[in-house]
Design a binder for this molecule. Sequence first.
Ligand code: SIN
Length: 508
Amino acid sequence: MRNTLAFDGPVILGAGLAGLTAALSATTGAAKTALVLSPTPLASGCSSAWAQGGMAAALSGDDTPELHAADTIAAGAGLCDPEAVDLLTREGPQAVRDLAALGAPFDRKADDGFVLSLEAAHSAARVARVGGDGAGAAIMAAVIAAVRATPTIEVRENARARRLLQDATGRVVGVLADVDGALVEIRSPSVILATGGVGGLYAVTTTPAQVRGEGLGLAALAGAMIADPEFVQFHPTAIDIGRDPAPLATEALRGEGAILRNADGRAFMVDYHPSKELAPRDVVARALHAERTAGRGAFLDATQAVGAHFPHEFPAVFEACMSAGIDPRRQMIPVTPAVHYHMGGVATDLDGRASLPGLYAAGECASTGVQGANRLASNSLLEAAVFGARAGRAAAAEGATGGPPVSLEPLPDLPDAALQTLRQAMSRDAGVLREAAGLARLLTQVEALEAAYGSCPTVVAARLIVDGALARRESRGGHFRSDFPATGEAVRTFVTLESAGALRRRAA
Ligand code: SIN
């Protein structure tokens, strides 16, 4: 006999900034409860807590939401939804202030204004940071404390969704979850997916291993609309010290003047873009890829720009380097592109509503339209806070509970050895550079995994990325096809699991 639970408010899958912000807003001023399911203890296993850069928002007198929106849209390479971007950038400053009011200790000036840093492709210094490179961990600590102090939010750790429950009409009516090793049927009027991105589907990633497209796969298997799955962002400067996941060397280092050099010491970005180290992230990632593939190597030299200030200005990067025997005050840091963010995700409206009644998504697993083909640095925590709050409010207002679930069977899991094989294949064939033959080989591998292990959400997420990448015969933002290097018409991808294959076949 299975345990069953019923909630009158949303069940939230994932406990990063989007999930916990959704929980707080769902329960603020509402007589509802919210249940947060997290596969790992809070503050671990989510990308938010690892974020180094900070939160971008127009917080200074010489910046405006309109300028921030223009930069976001320029980075997004033609695929941003201007309405979503407008909302993000207008609500952004208040979202940062709200987090500060919860206790997030943003770096402050003597007059109490935010210390704001410049990052690549921003036309103004607008990134609010904490302790140099500790924004994610500090913001999450404040939000977790607020969640723990809210009696109407229940948090279950060691709890993983195994399928979305749907009634005969397709409405999402809850979730089947593995909680402490036992399957529990949880009924609720709404479910919010806040499961993060797809980094763990790749061999080289800056995100926690647990973040591997599960929310995307669960939603697609339930029949939800997915947007732009092919758009994966590669951060140019993961620290290349053989660790999985790879520690990040924040872009803020380049904002401070750190230089990218090859093994001969040559500052190579001059060959690739007039903005050099501050070029858009996809351009820098491809430049590093080219230098490394040509055997010249790639290093971040912060010895002059940061030097002796490293330990207190960038403590996380400093510690990661020192743990591998590299002293970044005196030595160059070996760097490599690594999967960092997924622009694609579950398609939502501006309140996080997915295409299936009762289903919501927020944060990296959602595609609200703000990130386009290439996310602007430090817009992800901002999106999680702004749209997490909106999704929480809208999901809490759902009244309908729907009918009984039609299937109660857990979806299959991909065994670890097969996952590791998939990760290698994704990095090789759906990485910084893509082309038809490699993607076709990857598709065959994905199909073999489906045949062997069934419809595992992780494999479904990989399939969506591959189908989207094969269908998009152009290069734009994070998606670069070496066989189709030109940029074509700016059209977003909207597919279901069923239609993704048809889109790919039509494009072939
Ligand atoms: C970084 O600190 O370089 C990452 C910031 C981001 O991805 O937004």
